[in-house]
Ligand binder design. Structure first.
Ligand code: FAD
Length: 443
């Protein structure tokens, strides 16, 4: 039996009080915080790392907009505003192939651009802080407990938006959720985790010449190339680290001598289990070095390559998804479905097992109901942990989807205070008008 101890009774100091507390500073959290502030609320945003940005910044991720081409219909709003700002700061690059119009962000500059945006909107950031549990009074979530170098504290708020990616607070508040198991033999349909890495001393000219000579190696629009190195290594009977991702390597941006973000390693991980995370992080670092060795041996241009950096942490693709008032399905996406409670349009384009990602001008509407957990009154959920079926997750975990759902949940939280209603009971017509005012395309 698991050994347990009793925590001593304690009184917890309140660090901050606000209209809206945004839990987690990834794309969903950024969307939620800016939208709530724009709708007139006082806002705090709490983040466990020392910077905002979520997976794009933690993992030095590649382009945020999967499959974006000239005709792709985008929701706009906070994502578009951020992209404009990043371009003004000369901190984004086109991927090195066409016709994709997705931009590769400089993920280091992204952190600073986000500091500016948050402060300009009068939002109070609280970094280096882990949100540990909901504070519940008379059955209503009225804040969160946090842990940091300052010790155990609390943040109180009239409305909360769980943007942790893992629905940490919704789950601990007792809201029902779904989660795939890792399974004892690690044979799982849970999406793998990835530690992205950078390489320096790359002969980028030689690498690009090889790609130009073999355009068939580019898997457009999924921003992947099929590594000739991996093919050659396989043919030579060289062990491929690790199995499960064929010959593909995702690599979008090269500077003089540097391949800044190489996405190749795939490791099983349960992102809600600290032991699993620890083991996966250690295994991933080993896999990165094995991958680099293989690229050095077999990939044109990588002969003298050296490890430039591991990303801050491995990226987790999938954990919990809440069971919300509505569950988004793949049929909704493929059927370009419209909803009465639409809060944004979103392009029909998804990768995933057995699917080929194709950019089109087709779109569907994102319904508000996927952000509304059961059993909690003033708590909404945004980002990759919204209510969606497993297959729809290939769309609902996109960065731009997280921005859009975050913006809707943040605006709904702020408006519901003005309306004297629960966040789940917000007047939808008023929410839609507010989102349109904030530059979101909803239909
Ligand atoms: C390796 C990798 C590559 C990817 N590539 C792409 C791509 O090319 N295009 C694309 O669209 N999508 C991509 N994705 C998916 C996408 O990055 C995520 O699904 C998206 O970032 C989800 O946004 P989010 O805001 O919901 O969550 P996250 O980005 O995970 O942000 C959650 C934030 O909350 C913080 N947090 C979590 N728990 C706590 C807590 N308890 N206390 C305090 N803070 C907390 C985290 O530190 C983080 O900053 C990729 C994912 C991975 C892992």
């Amino acid at each position: 039996m698991e050994k347990k101890i009793t925590e001593p009774e304690s009184r917890v100091p309140v660090l901050a009080e606000a209209d809206v507390a945004v839990l987690g500073g990834g794309p969903a959290g950024i969307g939620a915080a800016i939208a709530a502030a724009d709708a007139g609320a006082s806002v705090v945003i709490i983040e466990r790392y020392g910077f905002l940005g979520g997976i794009p910044a933690i993992c030095n991720m590649e382009p945020s907009s999967w499959c974006r081409e000239a005709e792709t219909v985008m929701p706009g709003g906070v994502q578009a505003m951020l992209e404009k700002r990043i371009l003004e700061r000369d901190a984004a690059f086109p991927p090195f192939y066409t016709p994709s119009t997705s931009l590769v962000y400089d993920t280091e500059m992204l952190k600073q651009v986000l500091d500016d945006l948050i402060l300009e909107h009068g939002i109070r950031p609280i970094y280096h802080t882990l949100i540990t549990a909901p504070y519940i009074e008379n059955g209503i979530v009225k804040g969160v407990f946090i842990e940091s170098k300052s010790g155990r504290q609390a943040v109180l708020a009239k409305r909360l938006v769980d943007c942790t990616g893992d629905a940490d607070i919704a789950a601990r508040a007792g809201c029902p959720f779904e989660q795939c198991d890792l399974g004892p033999d690690e044979k799982t349909n849970l999406m793998f985790g990835t530690l992205i890495f950078g390489a320096s001393d790359v002969d980028t000219e030689e690498f690009m010449d090889n790609l130009k000579a073999h355009p068939e190696l580019l898997d457009r629009p999924r921003h992947e190339f099929i590594s000739t190195g991996f093919k050659k290594a396989k043919a030579a009977g060289y062990p491929i680290p690790p199995d499960g991702f064929q010959d593909k390597v995702i690599l979008n941006h090269l500077t003089q001598g540097d391949a800044t973000a190489i996405n190749r390693v795939r490791v099983p991980v349960d992102g809600t289990d600290v032991q699993s995370l620890t083991q996966a992080e250690i295994k991933s670092r080993k896999c990165v070095l094995d991958t680099l060795e293989l690229l050095k041996k077999f990939e044109p241009g990588f002969e003298a390559a050296r490890l430039r950096n591991f990303a801050t942490a491995m990226g987790v693709r999938e954990t919990r998804r809440i069971k919300g008032a509505y569950q988004l399905t793949q049929e909704d996406i493929d059927g370009q479905r419209h909803f009465e409670d639409t809060v944004a349009v979103y392009p029909v384009c998804a990768d995933g097992p057995g699917r080929v990602a194709v950019a089109t001008d087709a779109w569907f509407q994102i319904p508000f109901g996927i952000m509304v957990p059961s059993g909690a009154e003033n708590l909404l959920v945004a980002g990759r942990c919204v209510s969606a079926t497993k297959d729809a997750t290939h769309t609902s975990r996109g960065v731009d989807f997280a921005f859009a759902t975050g913006q809707a949940a943040g605006a709904a939280s702020a408006l519901s205070i003005k309306q004297g209603k629960n966040s789940r009971a917000v007047d939808i017509k008023a929410l839609q008008a507010e989102l349109v005012r904030q530059g979101v395309r909803i239909g």
